[in-house]
Design a protein around this ligand. Structure first.
Ligand code: SF4
Length: 250
């Protein structure tokens, strides 16, 4: 039997055990994801870093899953060096699996601040700008939550045009038309929910009343132009082609 020290505890270890196994056998928990008792240790996830004294006599970190016990070995499972190594390990793993809820929860459980979960938004603000500068309702804004700002809706302003959906480069804003209702959403948050109007030409559901009214109010009076807003894009095209052809015949 070999005697080693883990934190303030002197424990006995077999030569063929790893420090991770010895720690766990003595009720000292260490995080590890690539370790399995049926398999040889691989030292891949780097989560089980512990502090020990290197050959130079200076403190360093080693992976407990591949560290063999030697008489008089002293390891620390906490402290700044271990915290740094653990944070780097979690960051590295999360870079490969950013959506993994279990990994994120594990980091939180081990006191590692990994920041907010990625939401697919690159904060280009194109949606906010187009809604304010081109469409007009200014239905979106940025709101700070913790370390990051998020695109959020301003209640009641969205008119359901879908322009923000079209301009979003990462497709994090979505539009869904279902049961005569159009829903614009970002992440799990509803930006706007609107009934859909039918095209006066073909009867297809195609636009929201708020959007049609908005266009109606914004465009200068002209009988041909105004009429077209009650038509879906396909019928509008047919309608304008007909108007153009009729104009040429005169
Ligand atoms: S769908 Fe709503 S939030 Fe998006 S651009 Fe149109 S009005 Fe603005």
């Amino acid at each position: 039997m070999i005697q080693i020290q883990i934190d303030d505890l002197t424990v006995e270890a077999e030569a063929d055990q790893s420090v991770l196994d010895v720690a766990r056998a003595n009720g000292i928990e260490l995080p590890a994801l690539c370790h399995h008792p049926a398999l040889k240790p691989a030292g891949v996830c780097h989560l089980c870093a512990v502090e020990t004294v290197g050959k130079s006599g200076r403190p360093t970190t080693k992976l407990a899953c591949v560290l063999q016990p030697k008489e008089g070995l002293r390891v620390k499972t906490g402290g700044e060096l271990v915290r740094q190594a653990r944070r780097h390990a979690f960051e590295h793993l999360l870079a490969m699996a950013p959506q993994s809820q279990s990994l994120r929860q594990m980091a939180v459980d081990w006191g590692v601040d990994i920041g907010p979960a990625p939401d697919g938004c690159i904060r280009c603000r194109l949606c906010i700008r187009v809604c304010r500068e081109v469409v007009g309702p200014a239905a979106l804004t940025m709101e700070k939550h913790g370390a990051l700002s998020y695109v959020v809706p301003l209640e009641g302003r969205c008119i359901g045009c879908g322009t923000c959906v079209n301009i979003c480069p990462t497709r994090v804003i979505e539009v869904g038309d279902q049961d005569n209702v159009r829903t614009i959403s970002i992440r799990d948050e509803v930006i706007g929910r609107h009934p859909l109007e039918r095209c006066e030409g073909c009867g297809a559901l195609f636009a929201t009343p708020r959007f049609l009214n908005h266009i109606h109010d914004r465009i200068a009076p002209h009988p041909d132009v105004k009429e077209q807003h009650q038509y879906c894009p396909t019928c509008s095209k047919l309608f304008s082609d007909r108007v153009r052809t009729a104009g040429r015949r005169k």
